[in-house]
Design a protein around this ligand. Structure first.
Ligand SMILES: O=P(O)(O)OC[C@H]1O[C@H](OP(=O)(O)OP(=O)(O)O)[C@H](O)[C@@H]1O
Ligand SMILES: O=c1cc[nH]c(=O)[nH]1
Ligand SMILES: [Mg+2]
Length: 208
Protein backbone atom coordinates (compact mmCIF):
# COMPACT_ATOMS: atom_id res chain seq x y z
CA UNK A 1 0.00 0.00 0.00
CA UNK A 2 1.35 3.41 -0.95
CA UNK A 3 1.56 5.93 1.91
CA UNK A 4 -0.30 9.18 1.36
CA UNK A 5 1.84 12.08 0.20
CA UNK A 6 0.82 15.06 2.29
CA UNK A 7 2.45 18.28 1.19
CA UNK A 8 3.91 20.44 3.93
CA UNK A 9 4.67 23.90 2.59
CA UNK A 10 4.17 27.15 4.48
CA UNK A 11 2.56 29.05 1.62
CA UNK A 12 0.30 26.15 0.68
CA UNK A 13 -0.86 25.99 4.30
CA UNK A 14 -1.49 29.75 4.26
CA UNK A 15 -3.68 29.27 1.19
CA UNK A 16 -5.52 26.40 2.89
CA UNK A 17 -6.31 28.81 5.72
CA UNK A 18 -7.90 31.22 3.23
CA UNK A 19 -9.98 28.40 1.73
CA UNK A 20 -11.22 27.39 5.15
CA UNK A 21 -12.42 30.90 6.03
CA UNK A 22 -16.15 31.20 5.68
CA UNK A 23 -15.79 34.85 4.59
CA UNK A 24 -13.53 34.12 1.59
CA UNK A 25 -15.33 35.25 -1.57
CA UNK A 26 -15.90 33.04 -4.60
CA UNK A 27 -13.25 34.61 -6.86
CA UNK A 28 -10.54 34.28 -4.20
CA UNK A 29 -11.66 30.72 -3.47
CA UNK A 30 -11.44 29.75 -7.15
CA UNK A 31 -8.03 31.35 -7.58
CA UNK A 32 -6.58 29.57 -4.57
CA UNK A 33 -8.00 26.20 -5.67
CA UNK A 34 -6.27 26.78 -9.03
CA UNK A 35 -2.97 27.74 -7.38
CA UNK A 36 -2.97 24.71 -5.09
CA UNK A 37 -3.83 22.53 -8.07
CA UNK A 38 -0.71 23.71 -9.89
CA UNK A 39 1.25 22.87 -6.78
CA UNK A 40 -0.32 19.37 -6.68
CA UNK A 41 0.41 18.95 -10.41
CA UNK A 42 4.10 19.49 -9.74
CA UNK A 43 4.06 16.82 -7.01
CA UNK A 44 2.00 14.35 -9.05
CA UNK A 45 4.33 14.48 -12.04
CA UNK A 46 7.70 14.20 -10.33
CA UNK A 47 8.09 10.57 -11.39
CA UNK A 48 7.03 10.78 -15.06
CA UNK A 49 9.19 8.77 -17.44
CA UNK A 50 11.54 10.95 -19.46
CA UNK A 51 13.65 10.76 -22.59
CA UNK A 52 16.59 12.84 -23.66
CA UNK A 53 17.67 14.47 -26.90
CA UNK A 54 20.50 16.69 -27.97
CA UNK A 55 19.88 20.30 -28.94
CA UNK A 56 22.02 23.29 -29.81
CA UNK A 57 22.03 26.26 -27.44
CA UNK A 58 23.55 29.57 -28.64
CA UNK A 59 26.73 28.43 -26.87
CA UNK A 60 27.07 24.65 -27.12
CA UNK A 61 25.29 21.34 -27.53
CA UNK A 62 23.15 20.28 -24.57
CA UNK A 63 21.29 17.15 -23.60
CA UNK A 64 17.73 18.09 -22.68
CA UNK A 65 14.91 16.12 -21.15
CA UNK A 66 11.28 15.76 -22.07
CA UNK A 67 8.50 13.80 -20.41
CA UNK A 68 7.57 10.61 -22.25
CA UNK A 69 4.41 9.69 -20.33
CA UNK A 70 1.06 10.96 -21.58
CA UNK A 71 -1.02 12.46 -18.76
CA UNK A 72 -4.82 12.26 -18.53
CA UNK A 73 -6.68 14.44 -16.03
CA UNK A 74 -10.03 13.20 -14.75
CA UNK A 75 -11.91 15.82 -12.71
CA UNK A 76 -14.85 14.51 -10.67
CA UNK A 77 -17.70 16.97 -11.33
CA UNK A 78 -18.42 19.41 -10.09
CA UNK A 79 -15.74 20.39 -7.62
CA UNK A 80 -12.90 18.68 -9.50
CA UNK A 81 -13.48 21.05 -12.42
CA UNK A 82 -12.02 23.83 -10.28
CA UNK A 83 -8.67 22.03 -10.34
CA UNK A 84 -8.32 21.58 -14.11
CA UNK A 85 -7.04 25.03 -15.07
CA UNK A 86 -4.32 25.02 -12.41
CA UNK A 87 -3.22 21.49 -13.37
CA UNK A 88 -3.02 22.43 -17.07
CA UNK A 89 -0.68 25.33 -16.27
CA UNK A 90 1.91 22.71 -15.32
CA UNK A 91 0.82 19.90 -17.71
CA UNK A 92 -0.46 21.81 -20.77
CA UNK A 93 -0.51 18.76 -23.05
CA UNK A 94 -2.70 16.65 -20.73
CA UNK A 95 -5.90 15.14 -22.07
CA UNK A 96 -8.99 15.80 -19.93
CA UNK A 97 -11.82 13.33 -19.32
CA UNK A 98 -14.83 13.95 -17.06
CA UNK A 99 -16.65 11.92 -14.43
CA UNK A 100 -19.92 13.28 -13.07
CA UNK A 101 -20.66 12.11 -9.53
CA UNK A 102 -22.53 13.51 -6.60
CA UNK A 103 -22.82 12.19 -3.09
CA UNK A 104 -26.34 11.28 -2.01
CA UNK A 105 -26.92 13.50 1.05
CA UNK A 106 -28.74 10.74 2.99
CA UNK A 107 -26.74 7.62 2.20
CA UNK A 108 -23.43 9.45 1.41
CA UNK A 109 -23.07 6.97 -1.47
CA UNK A 110 -21.73 8.26 -4.80
CA UNK A 111 -24.20 8.56 -7.69
CA UNK A 112 -22.62 8.52 -11.16
CA UNK A 113 -24.32 10.70 -13.79
CA UNK A 114 -21.70 11.22 -16.50
CA UNK A 115 -18.56 9.48 -17.71
CA UNK A 116 -16.54 10.65 -20.69
CA UNK A 117 -12.98 9.36 -20.66
CA UNK A 118 -10.38 9.31 -23.44
CA UNK A 119 -9.75 6.02 -25.24
CA UNK A 120 -6.38 4.32 -24.76
CA UNK A 121 -5.65 5.26 -21.14
CA UNK A 122 -3.73 1.98 -20.58
CA UNK A 123 -0.27 3.50 -20.86
CA UNK A 124 -1.13 6.98 -19.56
CA UNK A 125 -0.59 8.45 -16.14
CA UNK A 126 -4.15 9.19 -15.05
CA UNK A 127 -4.66 11.84 -12.34
CA UNK A 128 -8.09 11.95 -10.69
CA UNK A 129 -8.97 15.42 -9.40
CA UNK A 130 -11.29 16.07 -6.48
CA UNK A 131 -10.53 18.75 -3.90
CA UNK A 132 -12.30 16.84 -1.09
CA UNK A 133 -11.61 13.23 -0.10
CA UNK A 134 -14.21 12.71 2.64
CA UNK A 135 -15.69 9.21 3.10
CA UNK A 136 -13.75 8.16 0.00
CA UNK A 137 -16.89 6.77 -1.65
CA UNK A 138 -16.69 9.02 -4.73
CA UNK A 139 -12.97 8.50 -5.26
CA UNK A 140 -13.21 4.73 -4.77
CA UNK A 141 -16.01 4.49 -7.33
CA UNK A 142 -14.15 6.76 -9.78
CA UNK A 143 -10.98 4.69 -9.52
CA UNK A 144 -12.93 1.47 -10.10
CA UNK A 145 -14.58 2.93 -13.20
CA UNK A 146 -11.25 4.13 -14.62
CA UNK A 147 -9.61 0.73 -14.04
CA UNK A 148 -12.56 -0.95 -15.79
CA UNK A 149 -11.82 1.35 -18.75
CA UNK A 150 -8.17 0.30 -18.85
CA UNK A 151 -6.34 2.83 -16.67
CA UNK A 152 -3.37 1.20 -14.93
CA UNK A 153 -1.24 4.03 -13.58
CA UNK A 154 -3.56 6.18 -11.49
CA UNK A 155 -3.00 8.95 -8.95
CA UNK A 156 -5.54 10.83 -6.86
CA UNK A 157 -5.01 14.54 -6.17
CA UNK A 158 -7.02 16.20 -3.39
CA UNK A 159 -6.65 19.47 -1.56
CA UNK A 160 -8.07 18.27 1.78
CA UNK A 161 -8.34 14.60 2.75
CA UNK A 162 -9.94 12.94 5.77
CA UNK A 163 -8.30 9.87 7.34
CA UNK A 164 -11.51 7.88 6.69
CA UNK A 165 -11.35 8.58 2.95
CA UNK A 166 -7.65 7.81 2.74
CA UNK A 167 -8.21 4.45 4.47
CA UNK A 168 -11.08 3.55 2.14
CA UNK A 169 -9.16 4.37 -1.04
CA UNK A 170 -6.05 2.58 0.22
CA UNK A 171 -8.00 -0.57 1.08
CA UNK A 172 -9.79 -0.75 -2.30
CA UNK A 173 -7.00 0.66 -4.47
CA UNK A 174 -3.64 0.08 -2.74
CA UNK A 175 -1.82 0.76 -6.03
CA UNK A 176 -3.09 4.35 -6.27
CA UNK A 177 -0.87 7.10 -4.92
CA UNK A 178 -2.89 9.71 -3.02
CA UNK A 179 -1.68 13.31 -2.82
CA UNK A 180 -3.22 15.88 -0.48
CA UNK A 181 -2.17 19.34 0.56
CA UNK A 182 -3.44 18.60 4.08
CA UNK A 183 -5.02 15.74 6.02
CA UNK A 184 -7.75 16.95 8.37
CA UNK A 185 -9.09 15.55 11.65
CA UNK A 186 -12.04 13.53 10.39
CA UNK A 187 -15.70 13.67 9.39
CA UNK A 188 -18.79 15.02 11.13
CA UNK A 189 -22.11 13.15 11.31
CA UNK A 190 -23.09 14.50 7.84
CA UNK A 191 -19.89 13.24 6.23
CA UNK A 192 -18.30 16.69 5.98
CA UNK A 193 -14.60 17.10 6.60
CA UNK A 194 -13.71 18.76 9.94
CA UNK A 195 -12.53 21.49 10.03
CA UNK A 196 -12.59 21.33 6.22
CA UNK A 197 -13.94 24.15 4.10
CA UNK A 198 -17.60 23.22 3.61
CA UNK A 199 -18.95 22.10 0.26
CA UNK A 200 -16.15 22.66 -2.24
CA UNK A 201 -18.46 22.53 -5.28
CA UNK A 202 -20.78 25.16 -3.86
CA UNK A 203 -17.88 27.42 -2.90
CA UNK A 204 -16.17 27.11 -6.32
CA UNK A 205 -19.36 27.69 -8.28
CA UNK A 206 -21.02 30.22 -5.96
CA UNK A 207 -24.11 28.05 -5.41
CA UNK A 208 -24.27 28.30 -1.62
O1 LIG B 1 -15.42 11.28 -0.30
P1 LIG B 1 -16.89 11.46 -0.44
O2 LIG B 1 -17.63 11.20 0.85
O3 LIG B 1 -17.48 10.70 -1.58
O4 LIG B 1 -17.16 13.00 -0.66
C1 LIG B 1 -16.42 13.75 -1.55
C2 LIG B 1 -17.28 14.17 -2.70
O5 LIG B 1 -18.28 15.07 -2.24
C3 LIG B 1 -18.22 16.27 -3.02
O6 LIG B 1 -19.02 16.19 -4.12
P2 LIG B 1 -20.57 16.61 -4.08
O7 LIG B 1 -21.45 15.42 -3.87
O8 LIG B 1 -20.75 17.72 -3.11
O9 LIG B 1 -20.83 17.08 -5.55
P3 LIG B 1 -20.41 18.48 -6.23
O10 LIG B 1 -18.94 18.43 -6.50
O11 LIG B 1 -21.24 18.53 -7.46
O12 LIG B 1 -20.76 19.59 -5.26
C4 LIG B 1 -16.74 16.34 -3.37
O13 LIG B 1 -16.49 17.20 -4.43
C5 LIG B 1 -16.41 14.91 -3.67
O14 LIG B 1 -16.71 14.52 -4.99
O1 LIG C 1 -16.39 18.34 3.53
C1 LIG C 1 -16.80 17.96 2.44
C2 LIG C 1 -17.18 16.63 2.20
C3 LIG C 1 -17.61 16.27 0.97
N1 LIG C 1 -17.67 17.20 -0.01
C4 LIG C 1 -17.31 18.48 0.21
O2 LIG C 1 -17.37 19.31 -0.70
N2 LIG C 1 -16.89 18.83 1.42
MG1 LIG D 1 -20.67 19.55 -3.44
Amino acid sequence: MKPIREIHHPLALEKIGQLREHATDVSTFRRIVAELSTFLAIECTDDLATETRTIQTPIAQATVVRARDEVVLIPILRAGLGMVEGMLLWIPSAKVGHLGMYRDPDTLMPVEYYANTPAGMNDSVVIVLDPMLATGGSATAALGLLKARGAKHIKLASIIAAPEGIAKVQSHHPDVQIYAVVVDEGLNSHGYIVPGLGDAGDRIFGTL
